[in-house]
Design a protein around this ligand. Structure first.
Ligand code: HEC
Ligand code: HEC
Length: 400
């Protein structure tokens, strides 16, 4: 199908949708920009087939065969994402660690669970999470949003939402006994005898998360020829995509990372990297329990390896890195320019620049203050103000 016809068809759909006043959350997919690529998400699940309306240049997300997208499922998932009764002690929702105005991070160095327990890691942003080939900071085997969700819901080390064998049935009864939720579950999972189930809670929230698409930043508008970048942003762009700063090797996809999966993916690469943040023993050691992929594989050369995060909306997601140990983008640039981090004293003291497991792509970069500022200016063009204000992703319980 030619680009022209495809764009035309979507423009027509959009015009009809607008004319009929049907624009709602997930009504026909996510907010559209011109040149979007449509794809029926496959299967039934709430009536009409799902149609993705994607930002320019974004492929259709991969959707598991047993969890077809539907408007009712997405909307139920949005309610559950913001629902504090979904935690054991009814005090915390997913959104309490994933705030929309911070591109779904929480502004803390490390997360705090519903019972007050500190998580060893920094809460991750959820923009374009549908395309992440592996989930979380350092887990090569976690490949679907459905499986990932078992961790915040049922995890005990650390406790996040605190659902366990003792309160599992009670928490579900909160929803089965609520007529509004009972109706929403029945509509989202038609024909099922027990629509209010943990499996369906997970499916609905995963469907909602797949709609969290961010592709309307200043940079996207620049790509579409709608704006020009400032001189500083343009210098930063050239540094980012050039061989001097080398950022694009690990953050070069349309989503500014290097692990992408989508509906049409054949080969999916899942690299992890040691960027030289620590070297606590002179042998490349990272502090426990945040030693990266080695925690799961036990393989020495997986020490300190983490997934490169998407840099979309990075202006809003401080503090940075898997443990929130870098406070600002300026300091991130200082860290990269030095080719690793030197920690002079304390329990984590060591010269990360000399970490033997560090990636070959991380080494001293001659960047003067102006160039660092240019790179930061470029990174700030990735902020999508529409995404963080989109009513479809907002708290449905908040007063309008
Ligand atoms: C206590 C705070 C907290 C709560 C509550 C929480 N999360 Fe998270 N979330 C985190 C942290 C921390 C990480 C990084 C985990 C890691 O690397 O081990 C994360 C990672 C994720 C990721 C992986 C993102 C990526 O880029 O790979 C997804 C998806 C996610 N959370 C969704 C959810 C959903 C859905 C819920 C509710 C069912 C939820 N979270 C509840 C803190 C939280
Ligand atoms: C070898 C691959 C690699 C290269 C090259 C690289 N990065 Fe990264 N980047 C990563 C990884 C991996 C992380 C996460 C590290 C961690 O948390 O331990 C990261 C984290 C970041 C973060 C923090 C994001 C967040 O949400 O916490 C920023 C900002 C960033 N990189 C920008 C850059 C810039 C700018 C450059 C070029 C100067 C660059 N990166 C080069 C792999 C890379």
């Amino acid at each position: 199908m030619s680009m022209g016809r495809r764009a035309g068809a979507n423009a027509l759909t959009l015009a009809l949708t607008l004319a009929l006043g049907l624009v709602g959350c997930g009504g026909g997919g996510t907010r559209v920009d011109e040149g979007a690529d449509g794809n029926a998400g496959g299967g039934q699940g709430g009536g009409s087939a799902w149609q993705w309306l994607l930002p320019t240049g974004f492929p259709a997300p991969r959707v598991p065969e047993d969890n077809a997208m539907s408007a009712t499922r997405v909307e139920l998932g949005r309610f559950l994402f913001y629902e504090r009764r979904l935690s054991g002690n009814a005090s915390q929702s997913c959104a309490d660690c994933h705030h929309q105005d911070k591109a779904f991070t929480d502004g803390r160095a490390v997360a705090i669970g519903s019972t007050g327990e500190a998580h060893p890691r920094n809460s991750q942003g959820l923009a374009n999470v549908a395309y992440n080939a592996t989930l979380t900071w350092a887990n090569p085997s976690l490949v679907t949003l459905e499986r990932q969700m078992e961790t915040p819901l049922f995890g005990e080390n650390p406790v996040e939402m605190g659902i366990n064998d003792h309160n599992k049935a009670e928490v579900l009864a909160r929803f089965a006994g609520d007529p509004d939720y009972a109706r929403r579950f029945a509509e989202a999972f038609p024909g099922e005898s027990t629509p209010v189930s943990w499996g369906n809670v997970v499916k609905a929230i995963a469907s909602f998360q797949r709609t969290l698409l961010s592709g309307n930043s200043r940079y996207d508008r620049y790509l579409r020829g709608q704006i020009v970048l400032s001189a500083s942003e343009e210098r930063g762009r050239q540094l980012f995509f050039g061989e001097k700063a080398e950022c694009f090797h690990c953050h070069g996809s349309f989503n500014f990372n290097d692990q992408i999966v989508h509906a049409g993916s054949r080969v999916v690469e899942t690299p992890f990297h040691n960027t030289g943040l620590y070297n606590i023993d002179g042998n490349g050691g990272f502090p426990e329990p945040n030693r990266g992929v080695i925690e799961l594989t036990g393989r020495a050369d997986d020490m300190g390896k983490f997934r490169a995060p998407s840099l979309r909306n990075v202006e809003l997601t401080a503090p940075y890195m898997h443990d929130g140990s870098i406070a600002t983008l300026e300091e991130v640039l200082d860290f990269y320019a030095a080719g690793g981090r030197v920690i002079a004293s304390g329990p984590h003291a060591g010269d990360g620049r000399l970490n033997p497991y560090k990636s070959d792509l991380i080494s001293l970069i001659q960047l003067d203050a102006g160039e660092r500022a240019d790179l930061v200016a470029f990174l700030k063009t990735l902020t999508d103000h529409e995404f963080i204000q989109d009513a479809c992703f907002s708290n449905p319980f908040a007063a309008p």
